[in-house]
Design a protein around this ligand. Structure first.
Ligand code: 5GP
Ligand code: MN
Length: 353
């Protein structure tokens, strides 16, 4: 997919950035590599332009992304709500990356909407909500980081050489949102960007090691437990299902990010086209408004192969969404009820033979 911008939008973005002093960058709840990559790259770009730039994440990012350039400077709303509020109140520009509706950033979304400053959205999810003054939306793009790459290039002249820290963030986002280029990755243009990032000095092999070979022993054991004890297979509809309650997570000393990748595992089985993973979570302070009194939140992750989509299922059953092969949603209430919803509805959505 070729990402091409409307020249007027680039001019507007350039003017907004040039006329601003304090920028806040927001990205989605449970930040993944693309959320971190796209937001940190924007921050680093703005810092180098002499702006004051702050990234606010709704809740903590996983430890395997902590090495990313300046990640430790992110404000985590859940831990430092006052600092986050202050940064937002003082901002004269807000840039949102890698999410399509304010709900995806919980309570930070409410605060963002209260601010009267201009807002730019850079995203690759379908049908972005019209909350920003300027939206760069490319739902066909495999990552928000790739859009940020093109945007930074478009904002500069031909002599621009992207600094290595920015390139590293963007590569990380492109790599993680495509499962190390194993899904949603049949785009020749994407590899042109990868080639350019490697030319700029990105050490792709090292980034892979840091992100994908960074498990704790507890996480490996949790994975074994999921596959041995918890995975259910529904062969007729080519589906696999895993769920974990809080007690199970506690047993394996669960940390943010430990569930990352578990949903992908059943797709390694021949004949399995759909995988669903659920885990019971506490409702965090950033999202009490959405919880309707429930103390538990169930996080649903789904993955699929090829033409078999999971985003419509997530949208219809768990008021979520996402991409054809990687989607998710949330359910506020007991895990049992969320499991029931999955079991009740999957046969209508998943193909049979
Ligand atoms: P993950 O399973 O990695 O949490 O999410 C995969 C993709 O599904 C995300 O990139 C995002 O597009 C989408 N997604 C996950 N959770 C939600 C959700 O609660 N609501 C919406 N709209 N999309 C979600
Ligand atoms: Mn993304």
């Amino acid at each position: 997919m070729l990402i091409s911008f409307n020249p007027a939008d680039i001019e507007r973005a350039a003017a907004l950035i040039n006329n601003t002093r304090k920028v806040v960058i927001l990205t989605h709840m449970s930040p993944d590599g693309d959320a971190m990559g796209s937001s940190l790259a924007m921050r680093l770009y703005l810092l180098k332009k002499g702006k004051e730039a702050t990234v606010i994440v709704p809740n903590p990012f996983p430890s395997f992304l902590a090495w990313m350039p300046t990640a430790s400077e992110d404000i985590v709303f859940e831990k430092e709500p006052e600092q986050a509020k202050q940064a937002l109140t003082n901002a004269d520009l807000i840039i949102c990356t890698d999410f399509n509706e304010p709900k995806r950033i919980g309570a930070v979304g409410e605060l963002m909407l209260q601010q009267t400053c201009q807002k730019i959205l850079i995203d690759h999810h379908i049908a972005p909500a019209p909350f920003a003054d300027l939206t760069f939306s490319f739902p066909q793009s495999p990552s928000a980081s790739e859009i940020v790459y093109h945007l930074i290039v478009a904002l500069n002249d031909d002599n621009y050489r992207m600094p290595l820290d920015i390139a590293t963030c963007l590569y990380t986002g492109m790599m993680t949102d495509t499962g190390n280029f194993s899904f949603n990755s049949n785009f020749p243009d994407m590899y042109e960007v990868v080639a350019q990032l490697v030319r700029l000095g990105v050490n792709k092999d090292l980034i892979y090691q840091k992100v994908f070979n960074a498990y704790t022993a507890d996480r490996m054991r949790l994975m074994g437990y999921c596959l041995y004890h918890k995975m259910q297979i529904f062969p007729e509809h080519h589906a696999a299902f895993i769920s974990l309650n809080r007690k199970e997570l506690y047993r394996f000393n669960f940390q943010a990010g430990d569930a990352e990748g578990l949903v992908n595992l059943p797709l390694q089985i021949s004949g399995i086209d759909y995988s669903c993973f659920m885990r019971e979570d506490k409702v965090n302070p950033a999202e009490v408004m959405l919880a309707n009194g429930s103390k538990t939140k169930i996080k649903i992750s789904m993955r699929s192969k090829g033409d078999h989509a999971v985003n419509t299922f997530c949208r219809d059953i768990f008021s979520g969404g996402g991409h054809k092969n990687a989607a998710g949603g949330e359910y506020y209430g007991p895990l049992k009820n969320a499991e029931q919803l999955f079991l009740q509805h999957y046969p209508q959505y998943f193909h049979k033979d």
